[in-house]
Ligand binder design. Structure first.
Ligand code: RB5
Length: 163
């Protein structure tokens, strides 16, 4: 599958299902294509299952932007940041959302459905999608941890080779 430039892959757990539905409607109304990987109700689920679906799609370059929402946003961001090339930023305020794009080139926005309300979440999503990465001095900083992730993954691959 090729990269979906403007589409957003969206996932949540039960704690954030109501907010996820509102964000999905908000994005759809703005003409943004949304790939909703669930969950689809308030029945209890495990947040890593949804974080993995979204983070894998970003890591594999299937989508450029993702949004994850759980109760606090903490679990989702912890899981997502284990994937190569994923830069997930937990942003429950507007300032962090803008800076996560400008300085960190965040490719997954994480929010807490039990922390913020619909209006603030919409403002955060809107700003996050609109804000470009500044590059410049931030690029060498991103490169430092991208190359660290590459080293980690090559160590892992070497240890899996038969000797
Ligand atoms: C679910 O109760 C809750 O733990 C989850 O939504 C999230 O906040 C985890 O970090």
């Amino acid at each position: 599958m090729g990269i979906a430039e403007s589409a957003v892959i969206l996932g949540c757990d039960h704690a954030a299902f109501p907010l996820k539905e509102k964000i999905k409607a908000f994005l759809t109304a703005k003409g943004v294509e949304v790939e909703d990987v669930g969950t689809h109700s308030e029945a209890s689920v495990d947040y890593p299952d949804y974080a993995i679906k979204v983070a894998q799609a970003i890591s594999n370059n299937q989508f450029k932007r993702g949004i994850l929402i759980c109760g606090t946003g903490l679990g989702m961001s912890m899981v997502a940041n284990k994937f190569p090339h994923v830069r997930a930023g937990l942003c429950n305020d507007l300032f962090s959302a803008i800076l996560s794009r400008q300085h960190n080139d965040a490719n997954i926005l994480v929010m807490g459905g039990r922390v913020i309300g619909e209006t603030l979440a919409q403002k955060i999503v809107d700003a996050w999608l609109k804000t470009p990465y500044e590059g410049g001095r931030h690029q060498s900083r991103l490169a430092k941890f991208e190359s660290y992730a590459k080293i980690q993954s090559s160590i892992k691959n070497q240890s899996q080779e038969p000797n």
